[in-house]
Design a protein around this ligand. Structure first.
Ligand code: GDP
Length: 460
């Protein structure tokens, strides 16, 4: 278990603001607050009730340092499950830091990152997916991502895990009861019934894992690389998408030497945009390094926004580059359409194998709406769409454990088909149950046997 000491930290962001909050959690939270806070109306600290606010002053050595509100939450009905006190003070960094210092002098320990949420988990207030959702909410990049995170915080993913785990339990119970309690009259499933149920669980898990890619997109953003020959208009496009001048736009080819990563929300779709050094044969070493990075970024991209200067006739270099885009996850942007068209579009189409195309003028912003629509189509075609109420696996940890469970279930099914002994099959099922439990960080002491006993009252 964790240290049962009392922790304190500034809970609001670094900088100035209307209010700033110091959060204190632990058995000594109230005793400690009593040492630094003078309530305007006398307060019986040891019997202070939860969900009450008290107006008063922060006092250091008899000197008033700030005025504020003290909020009391009593264990176990608080965020951490412990006694929690929040001091709402003025949001100046100096005020907050000095007040925090006072709390530390009064006996609190400075909280580690995420320690309040960790305590909430360790005290059983929330499970692991819910703890992860707290961070997802804070860092949400899109409406859908936020909705999914909020759903996860309220336990949607936990309930899915629980339901899936219960389905596995039923199978183990049926197989196990036959082995261990043959004299009991238990509702036993036939192998055919077990097989059908197993298929249903496997299908469910497969679908969930397939949709994890969508979870990643809505949470982290679609990793999108802007690619093209020098001067095609990549930096201009990036600026358009960000609606602000971040990258240096210049007329000299090959001056975008490093990659720039930015987040943007286009038609509600979160993108992590990577601008790259122009792809071409570079003579100078720094530029070559930039190009090597470009190829790495391209290899890892979810989507390529390929920018072509359509105001120029196709060069041999452009043809060669277009040909490399065939069969890639790419949208071809015909840029500079404010100028007379010079590129041979039929040839472009043939070279790129019919990639989706959008005509734009990055300099003026023409065509950005069409680009948004093309992105939406891309998301749809790749089954990455999700709604704010979707239940999704949203990180690698969850996905890995789900895959683990899936492997174990497949192995159980194979065992069933090969007519293996029941206890070999249940071993796989138990492994699947454990992996599912690990998604929510189920108490490691918990065992499927306990669950079975609860369900069937075997032996009563
Ligand atoms: P990059 O090398 O691919 O990043 O290209 P830049 O964004 O730096 O653009 C190269 C040049 O093309 C600059 O002079 C831009 O102003 C110009 N440019 C970019 N987009 C357009 C466009 O849509 N129309 C016109 N006329 N010029 C553009």
């Amino acid at each position: 278990m964790y240290n049962e000491d009392t922790i304190a930290a500034i809970a609001t962001p670094f900088g100035t603001g209307g209010i700033g909050i110091i959060r204190i959690s632990g058995p000594e939270a109230l005793a400690l607050a009593a040492r630094v806070f003078r309530p305007y109306t006398p307060l019986d600290w040891s019997h202070a009730r939860g969900f009450r606010a008290h107006y008063g002053h922060i006092v250091a050595d008899g000197q008033t340092m700030d005025e504020g509100i003290l909020l009391v939450m009593r264990a176990p009905r608080s965020y951490t499950g412990e006694d929690v006190v929040e001091l709402q003070l003025h949001g100046g960094m100096l005020v907050l830091q000095r007040s925090l210092q006072l709390c530390l002098q009064a006996g609190a320990r400075l909280a580690e990152r995420g320690e309040f949420t960790e305590r909430a988990f360790l005290n059983g207030r929330i499970d692991l997916t819910q703890a992860e959702a707290v961070d997802d909410i804070i860092t949400a990049k899109s409406e859908v991502g936020l909705g999914v995170a909020v759903g996860q915080l309220t336990g949607k993913l936990s309930r899915w895990v629980e339901a899936t785990g219960a389905a596995v339990t039923e199978l183990v119970a049926s197989l196990e009861a036959v082995i261990d309690y043959p004299e009991e009259d238990l509702a036993e499933l036939t192998p055919a019934e077990i097989d059908t149920k197993l298929t249903a669980i496997i299908t469910e898990l497969e679908a969930m894992i397939d949709r994890a890619a969508a979870g990643k997109v809505w949470k982290e953003g679609l990793k999108t690389v802007i690619a093209g020959l020098p001067n095609a208009g990549k930096s201009s496009l990036l600026n358009q998408l960000l609606a602000e001048e971040r990258a240096i736009v210049t007329d000299i080819p090959g001056t975008t030497r490093d990659t720039i990563t930015e987040s943007a929300l286009i038609h509600g779709i979160p993108l992590v945009l990577v601008d790259t050094a122009g792809i071409r044969e570079a003579s100078d070493q720094i530029e070559q390094m930039g190009i090597a990075r470009t190829h790495r970024e391209l290899a890892q991209a979810d989507l390529i926004l390929a920018v072509l200067d359509a105001s120029q006739p196709l060069t041999a270099e452009a043809r060669a580059w277009l040909a490399t885009l065939q069969n890639k996850a790419a949208i071809l942007l015909l840029n500079k359409t404010d100028l007379p068209l010079q590129a041979d579009l039929a040839e472009v189409e043939a070279l790129t194998g019919g990639l989706p195309q959008v005509a734009i003028a990055a300099r003026t912003g023409t065509g950005m709406d069409d680009l948004g629509n093309a992105l939406a189509t891309y998301v749809e075609q790749h089954q990455l769409q999700a709604g704010a109420d979707s239940v999704l696996l949203t990180n690698v940890r969850q996905e890995d454990l789900a895959r683990w469970a899936l492997d174990a279930l497949r192995s159980a099914q194979q065992g069933l088909h090969e007519g293996l002994m029941e206890d070999l099959i249940t071993e796989d099922l138990r492994a699947a149950w454990d992996a599912l439990g690990a998604i929510v960080g189920r108490n490691p002491e918990a065992s499927i046997t306990d669950e079975i006993f609860r369900r069937f009252c075997v032996g009563k």
